[in-house]
Write a protein of this length. Structure first.
Length: 577
């Protein structure tokens, strides 16, 4: 070996110890690689097991039970939404202001400062509080709520007062993001956590069911249509200074309520004395004599049994005298009228004669088939019972019922009856639940399909030539009937107090929806040409509403289509239109 370089000369043998060292290093490297491989395989096996578990849980029907964290985040009361998923009622955590007189122990005053001073400071935070009432509550020494719904920033200000007896427990609050809209449908939730009045009461058990937490309940209503209905009713009510208004939009084929409104409304977010007074639902709970809107139903019943066959036949239009009673028209319409003219001009006398020819037995059965003798079939708890004439109808009573007097029903009764009259003759119950394709009830037949087809023609003619012209929206083929009935009072009918109603359907060549609007005690104003009848106040509401809601509901204007009235049109002379 060269001592200077430390390398063995070429050809010199390498010591065996160095060869062994290289072998050891190679063996250690192989063992390390094998260990890394085993660790990687172990991690891959664990990952595979996790993926298989996730896949199993994802495909399982009872996949994952809610964790305690999810339980804490989900509200105790379920959400209500409209048919498109728009939130109508939600629950969320909130604070309340609670007075706990035992917070500082049983000895001494529960408050650091006088009750009047504390009440004054609270009123500075909550201006709507009654300081005198709060002072009495604090001085009484009795525990209780001073206020519900306290915002976080308000809670901070209360804590800064330094009064330990003023506690702010966290509770679940019910909020209605649409405000007063659809209030009569929804109702509200009382302090005990249970629903009152509307669907909150109807769905109470379901909304509180722990197994349904996180799953909203869908109603049939469309909030876009609801907003338009309330807006037009409110406008119409103000234009004629009416004391109240009501309206409904109903799907004629399913019975689903697209919108339902009763005015004046209340705010379910804030239930006070005024709100309590306004909770009465005029659509489902108040019964009215709906006047001439019953005339098409009478004519439909007469067509159905063959009393009316020839639509050109002339009927006596002179006053009908029954003992000391006389049935008259509002003004002279002619000595004789045919059936189309009778509906176009809304003749009481001819309709009474048609009802007389039909007879009490058949008229009464028609009203029963249309549900006019029972509360309306809808989920809301408040449903008015009709003023029903009883079992035996004298001849005069039968005539009066024929043109909408002597029987009182809700606007919902009328809407359901009109739906059956124009949809082919099938009666279905109204519902506030969103229905799937397989959930629509079969219903029961109350009119022949041929009768329904005739009524669609006649209803369209009323909107083109008669009292419903102010409801005719171009391209939407509206058909409908006005009704103006005097309200009953002490000693008879009050001639100065009317219920004005317009019942309509559209489009009349293939009806999709019924719309009923009603005004309670409208006045003659400039907006109504100083008229109080439905042709001048309730019908224009429909004329403005239908173009707004039609496109929302899939009905677009089309002035190239209409219901064929060619066989009836010659029966209405040009001079009588």
């Amino acid at each position: 070996m060269n001592e200077m370089t430390g390398f063995a000369p070429i050809g010199t043998a390498v010591p065996s110890a160095r060869i062994q060292l290289v072998s050891i290093r190679q063996h250690s490297l192989a063992v390390a690689k094998l260990r890394v491989l085993w660790i990687a395989l172990a991690f891959a096996f664990v990952a595979l097991l996790a993926l298989m578990r996730i896949g199993f849980l994802g495909m399982s029907d009872n996949a994952v039970a809610a964790t305690s964290l999810e339980d804490a985040l989900l509200p105790d009361r379920g959400e209500i939404v409209d048919r498109n998923g728009v939130p109508l009622a939600r629950a969320f955590p909130a604070y309340a202001l609670w007075f706990n007189p035992d917070a500082l122990g049983e000895d001494g005053s529960p408050l650091v400062r006088p009750a009047a001073d504390v009440a004054r400071d609270l009123r500075a935070i909550f201006p709507e509080l009654d300081a005198a009432r709060v002072t009495r509550a604090l001085a009484s020494g009795k525990p209780g709520y001073l206020r519900r719904r306290v915002l976080p920033e308000e809670a901070n200000r209360v804590q800064q007062l330094g009064e330990l007896a003023l506690e702010m427990p966290q509770e679940t609050d019910r909020h209605y993001p649409q405000g007063s809209m659809a209030a009569h449908i929804l109702g509200y939730v009382a302090a005990d956590g249970h629903g009152r009045v509307g669907m909150e009461q109807v769905l109470d058990e379901r909304l509180l069911d722990p197994s349904r937490r996180g799953r909203p309940t869908a109603l049939s209503i469309d909030m876009r249509v609801q907003g338009a209905l309330e807006d037009e009713l409110r406008r119409g009510m103000k234009l004629v200074d009416a004391k109240g208004a009501a309206g409904i939009v109903l799907d004629v084929d399913t019975g689903e309520v697209m919108a339902l409104a009763s005015l004046p409304e209340f705010d379910p977010n804030k239930i006070d004395a005024v709100g309590q007074e306004r909770m009465f639902n005029r659509v489902t709970n108040q019964v009215y004599e709906l006047g001439s809107t019953f005339k098409p139903l009478t004519v439909a019943a007469a067509i159905d049994v063959g009393v009316v066959r020839d639509f050109g036949a002339r009927w006596d239009a002179s006053p009908v005298k029954m003992g000391r009673y006389t049935i008259r028209d509002s003004h002279f319409l002619g000595s004789t009228l045919n059936v189309p003219e009778t509906l176009i001009h809304s003749s009481n006398t001819v309709t009474a004669r048609i009802a007389d020819e039909l007879g009490p037995k058949r008229m009464r059965q028609t009203m029963i088939d249309l549900g006019m003798n029972a509360r309306p079939p809808i989920e809301l708890p408040a449903k008015g019972f009709p003023i029903w004439p009883g079992d035996n109808w004298p001849r005069l009573r039968n005539m009066n019922v024929g043109f909408g007097h002597g029987i009182a029903v809700t606007p919902l009764h009328l809407a359901s009856a009109y739906a059956a009259m124009v949809n082919g003759g099938i009666m279905r119950p109204a519902t506030l639940h969103k229905l799937g394709a397989g959930d629509v009830p079969q219903g029961r037949r109350v009119f022949k399909a041929s009768t329904s087809a005739r009524m669609r023609q006649l209803m369209r003619m009323i909107a083109i030539f008669g009292t419903g012209r102010n409801a005719d929206a171009p391209g939407f083929r509206v058909g409908g009937k006005t009704g103006s009935a005097e309200k009953p009072g002490a000693g008879g009918y009050r001639r100065t107090s009317l219920i004005s109603t317009f019942a309509a359907a559209f489009p009349m060549d293939k009806p999709r929806f019924v719309v009923v609007t009603m005004l309670d005690e409208p006045r003659g104003t400039v907006a109504s040409s100083f008229q109080r009848t439905a042709a001048w106040n309730a019908a224009p509401i429909v004329g403005r509403l239908v173009p707004r809601i039609g496109p929302m509901l899939g009905v677009l204007p089309d002035e190239t289509r209409d219901v064929d009235i060619s066989d009836l049109r010659p029966l209405v002379p040009e001079g009588s239109r």
